[in-house]
Design a protein around this ligand. Structure first.
Ligand SMILES: *[C@@H]1O[C@H](CO)[C@@H](O)[C@H](O)[C@H]1NC(C)=O
Ligand SMILES: *[C@@H]1O[C@H](CO)[C@@H](O)[C@H](O)[C@H]1NC(C)=O
Ligand SMILES: *[C@@H]1O[C@H](CO)[C@@H](O)[C@H](O)[C@H]1NC(C)=O
Length: 393
């Protein structure tokens, strides 16, 4: 009997100790479901020592190595391009259209996502005639400036046989040169994921207009180039193994050849005419990767208008973990595919951005609906708060 009481007392005491310890030191279950089910951890970028210090805004290293552009005296734009020959297979729903989703992620990152959004720079999506109204409307709702464009074809361009049929109308990208209301444009393919703001790129020394070299003559069958031009870009890496930042001896593929998925330009109708006239000169450039080879021909390093190299920290293809650690600003890769580097971190960031984008708009729609309900309620029940109206509580 007494032993039973003792056992009971000991057990009670032990239980009290355990309970007190738990209440004092134990972590209460989180009420925030996001923290429990968040699939990927937020990446905290590491900043290389040479870029650490007070001058770093946004916690980004390379992103502001050149400071921020003066958007008062210049009209700048980020422009991307959407065509249904690349995306939107017949009858495909927008929610399954990976290129379209990619474009929406990019627009959201440039317009709304705090760690990457642009300041004072327009975000424009060029859409070819085959992009349907539903997609255009969605992009406008997301906040993009949607600009319908016509396809670009030469008069005698039958010799242009693209490697893949779906690239057929990619030449319409060249219409960015017609947008002369902008002083400079950064042209981005839709399969880009940002890590930091790109705005500083407009201050990159390579991103400034240059004089055409008049001592080098183009073939006489080509129309004249204007006296000034801007084409700044980056060479592509050969694969997931490369130095950061890569250079022509450490990871870049084809010396002097740039990637037409990421470049800076200054709109100019005379250059646009120059390019489109090249379409009619058979075999002036290799028709594989059409617009990329046209531009690489027009801006070859030994020509009168050589392209300039932007800092390689701005954008890399086949991103690996080291690029992330070192602070790569943006990644050129298809968010829905396995990354070339097979990096789980890279993959995690792709999917994190996709779902954060969806979540951002869902929450924003909720906010709009809430205001509508509040308004309707106030009309029907004057003097009463709607169940959603928490103001003044
Ligand atoms: C912008 O333009 C104004 C008026 O022309 C000029 O005073 C100012 O210095 C310019 N700012 C920059 C950064 O060029
Ligand atoms: C123009 O091209 C010539 C011939 O290749 C070259 O010697 C010269 O340095 C170039 N000028 C400029 C400003 O790049
Ligand atoms: C919410 O309630 C406050 C009063 O508590 C009222 O002034 C306000 O108009 C209400 N908002 C809406 C959207 O009905």
């Amino acid at each position: 009997m007494r032993r039973d009481i003792r056992v009971l007392l000991y057990t009670g005491f032990a239980a009290a100790v355990v309970l007190t310890t738990f209440i004092t030191f134990g972590k209460r279950p989180s009420l925030n479901p996001a923290s429990k089910f968040r699939p990927y951890r937020d990446e905290q970028p590491k900043i290389p020592p040479q870029y650490q210090g007070d001058h770093i805004a946004h916690g980004s290293a390379y992103a502001n190595q050149f400071g921020w552009p003066d958007t008062q005296n210049e009209t700048l734009a980020y422009v991307t391009w959407l065509s249904s020959t690349v995306a939107q297979k017949d009858g495909q729903k927008p929610e399954d259209d990976v290129y379209f989703i990619g474009t929406r992620i990019l627009v959201w990152q440039l317009l709304h996502y705090e760690p990457t959004k642009a300041k004072g720079i327009d975000v424009v999506v060029l859409v070819t005639p085959d992009v349907d109204e539903q997609r255009r409307l969605q992009l406008r709702k997301d906040g993009a400036m949607v600009r319908p464009i016509e396809f670009v074809h030469g008069k005698h361009d039958a010799w242009l046989h693209p490697k893949e049929g779906r690239w057929n109308d990619i030449m319409s990208k060249l219409r960015a040169w017609e947008m002369t209301e902008y002083s400079r444009i950064l042209m981005l393919d839709g399969d880009m994921i940002l890590r930091y703001p790109l705005d500083g790129i407009f201050n990159d020394p390579a991103a400034q207009p240059a004089k055409t070299n008049v001592s080098i003559l183009n073939p006489p069958d080509e129309v004249r180039l204007p006296s000034e031009y801007l084409l700044a870009s980056i060479g592509e890496v050969a694969g997931a193994k490369h130095a950061f930042p890569p250079d022509w001896d450490h990871g870049l593929k084809k010396r002097g050849y740039f990637c037409a998925g990421f470049f800076m330009l200054k709109p100019n109708k005379q250059i646009f005419k120059y390019y489109t006239d090249l379409l009619d000169i058979e075999n002036r450039f290799s028709p594989v990767y059409m617009e990329q080879n046209l531009l690489n021909y027009a801006h070859r390093w030994d020509g009168p208008a050589p392209w300039k190299e932007l800092s390689y920290a701005w954008n890399i293809r086949s991103v690996n973990d080291n690029d992330l650690d070192q602070g790569v600003v943006s990644m050129h890769e298809k968010w829905w595919e396995e990354p070339f580097s097979h990096s789980e971190r890279v993959k995690g960031i792709f999917h994190e951005m996709r779902w954060k984008m969806e979540g951002y708009y869902l929450a924003r729609n909720d906010e709009v609906r809430k205001q509508q309900v509040d308004k309707a309620y106030a009309l029907e029940h004057p003097g009463h708060k709607s169940p959603w109206n928490r103001s003044g509580q």
